[in-house]
Design a protein around this ligand. Structure first.
Ligand SMILES: [Zn+2]
Length: 187
């Protein structure tokens, strides 16, 4: 079924044709909630949900916590996957969908594949994020192509809203600081 918001998007961005109206709604809600965290100690442009695919019921939500946890692997997607498998007391997230405000990096997409998620739906692209902070240019859909494991990757969805988080003045200040404090950045 064609997504009714497909060809208008927001701020001129088109959604991935594979998205559903529910995906758009969920991503907009996730982006709006992430925006509300700006100005708090845990602000981050990266936030992710694990949702039961069949019912849409949310299992877990996590923000990026690299700085707070002094852990370079504490990306939102890895954190929400870990919290979800612990909650379910199993290693498989078959039957669940990951929503994330930004296209997962290779570490996060690999974790999603190992976890057996049905779908990964993302908002802003790695290219969008790279305007603000260092990125690794291996794209989520390519990771699936290079894997024996199945996962439907859908994105960008609500890209304008998710890009908007990066462009908020408090976030711009934070990402400027990240760039300065990333010792091994090439540019
Ligand atoms: Zn990541």
């Amino acid at each position: 079924m064609e997504c009714p918001l497909l060809w208008r998007g927001w701020m001129g961005y088109r959604n991935d044709p594979a998205c559903t109206p529910v995906d758009v709604e969920r991503m907009q809600e996730l982006a709006a909630w992430t925006m509300l965290q700006l100005g708090t100690a845990r602000q981050s442009p990266f936030c992710a949900d694990v949702v039961e695919t069949a019912t849409g019921r949310r299992l877990m939500r996590r923000l990026n916590a690299v700085a707070r946890e002094h852990d370079p692997s504490s990306h939102a997607e890895v954190r929400v996957i870990r919290a979800s498998t612990k909650r379910l007391k199993k290693t498989s997230l078959a039957g669940y969908t990951l929503y994330t405000t930004c296209e997962p990096c290779p570490m996060c997409m690999a974790t999603a594949l190992w976890a057996g998620l049905d779908r990964v739906v993302y908002g802003a692209t790695i290219g969008d994020a790279s305007e603000h902070c260092a990125q690794i240019y291996t794209f989520a859909k390519d990771m699936v192509k290079r894997s024996d494991l199945k996962c439907e990757v859908v994105g960008p969805v609500a890209r304008g809203e998710c890009r908007g988080i990066f462009e908020e003045p408090r976030m711009l200040e934070m990402t400027r600081h990240w760039r300065k404090s990333t010792a091994n950045i090439k540019k």
